[in-house]
Ligand binder design. Structure first.
Ligand SMILES: Cc1cc2nc3c(=O)[nH]c(=O)nc-3n(C[C@H](O)[C@H](O)[C@H](O)COP(=O)(O)OP(=O)(O)OC[C@H]3O[C@@H](n4cnc5c(N)ncnc54)[C@H](O)[C@@H]3O)c2cc1C
Length: 381
């Protein structure tokens, strides 16, 4: 069981991070949602306490801890309503590209800042004309002496507006489809790099999601991650952890929705008895609880395999689609149990319902997950 792997150190870490979230995140959520951004001070405070990229090796300023610590941070942030804090994307999705494929120079330049909160990272893959089909991206990078010259546009980029460093997918050989994709680091001061407006979204209001523009943007050649043409392979290697990170969000948010629905159904009286005592609602809650229990069991088994270094691509794709849809089902039912109050901002379920909608879309839609699963069943070449 996943709980068996947690030691006393894990428990102490969780307790102190939970306290940190209760004091530094939860009370500010409404204000940050109105502002459409999380202040940099939060990143710096998290960095000071070792809550950013805890896995980074000590030689680059990190604590050298295992993925369990990232898992604890992700879970506790979500429980404390920090869905829009782009830390898991920074710590467990973007920065790992730098650590795995960056040159020594790149790692020495940025990893300490990733740990300390001075360097916020983003992943720039999606374009207006290419989301699910990454082979269709059109941004290019052309080598010119000791530099790359980048042209193109990205959209829907989480942390995009305030990021200091972007892991950017470009074509270095547009004739080659997937094999022409490379990953390159673009820092915020690179000439020719501009950000568009912060995008207005259905949920995740405190998350800065932006468009990025590159017009003859120049970066030094050592910003290339790994080798030219290997970008798609690197993405495939890292997507397992990115999708797992989203699965964790799905599960914890489903648990929170169930909690909200259950509490309300016990407290609110209709026709002389609690909402939850009417059989239709009792059955509704039984179904929600079963969904949540199945999700937890499935997710924990995948996390255990991921921690053991096993290939979980097939199961994480199954989980990303199933959990992404399960959390939407549970959120819908939890809101329904609230009646009109569920539609009111002062009730937590209202925000949860909005926020969960993106979970079956980003990091690969449910349909793309099913495509991967069906391919692995031998149904497609
Ligand atoms: C809140 C948010 C944050 C995001 N953050 C980032 C980020 O940080 N970095 C980043 O690079 N991107 C980010 N994205 C983009 C996200 O990854 C894409 O939106 C997603 O991959 C889908 O791409 P698309 O929006 O272009 O949809 P499309 O690819 O145009 O898909 C449209 C519809 O067609 C379906 N579809 C596509 N292909 C097939 C097929 N072969 N068979 C059947 N159905 C198919 C899709 O499932 C979907 O339902 C974010 C998106 C959101 C909403």
């Amino acid at each position: 069981m996943l709980s068996d792997i947690y030691t006393e150190e894990h428990r102490i870490f969780r307790a102190s991070f939970r306290k940190f979230v209760a004091e530094e995140v939860t009370p500010h959520v409404e204000q940050w949602e109105r502002q459409g951004a999380v202040p940099r001070e939060l990143w710096l405070k998290m960095g000071e306490q070792g809550y950013l990229c805890p896995w980074v090796p000590e030689q680059y300023g990190g604590l050298g801890l295992g993925f369990e610590y990232s898992l604890i941070i992700n879970e506790e942030l979500i429980r404390g309503d920090g869905f829009g804090v782009g830390v898991p994307l920074h710590s467990d999705v973007a920065a790992p590209y730098l650590a795995s494929y960056g040159s020594e120079r790149a790692k020495n330049t940025w990893l300490p800042g990733c740990v300390g909160g001075q360097v916020v990272t983003a992943v720039g893959f999606t374009e207006p004309g290419a989301g699910s089909d990454l082979a269709a991206i059109r941004a290019t990078a052309v080598r010119d002496g000791d530099e790359y010259v980048i042209n193109g546009q990205k959209t829907f980029i989480t942390n995009g507006y305030f990021a200091d460093l972007v892991v950017l997918a470009v074509k270095t050989d547009p004739s080659q489809g997937y094999n022409g994709i490379s990953l390159i680091l673009v820092d915020k001061d690179a000439p020719g790099f501009q950000r568009g407006v912060r995008l207005r979204k259905m949920g995740g209001h405190m998350q800065d999601t932006a468009e990025l523009y590159f017009g003859d943007c120049r970066v030094p050649a050592w910003h290339l991650l790994g080798q030219e043409g290997q970008g798609f392979r690197y993405m495939m290697q890292k997507l397992q952890q990115e999708r797992l990170e989203v699965c964790i969000k799905c599960q914890v948010m489903a648990e929170e929705c169930l909690k909200e629905g259950l509490e309300y159904a016990k407290a609110r009286q209709v026709f002389g008895q609690p909402v939850g005592l009417h059989q239709a609602n009792a059955f509704r809650l039984a179904e929600m609880a079963t969904d949540v229990e199945l999700g937890r069991t499935f997710l924990d088994s995948i996390i255990l395999d991921h921690l053991a270094g096993r290939d979980v691509v097939q199961r994480v794709s199954m989980a990303k689609y199933w959990l992404g849809e399960m959390v939407n089902r549970v959120a819908y039912q939890a809101l329904q149990l609230h009646g009109g109050y569920g539609y009111m901002e002062e009730y937590r379920i209202c925000r949860l319902y909005r926020d969960v909608r993106a979970l079956s879309i980003f990091a690969g839609t449910s349909e793309i997950m099913k495509l991967i699963v069906s391919r692995n069943l031998g149904l497609r070449p």
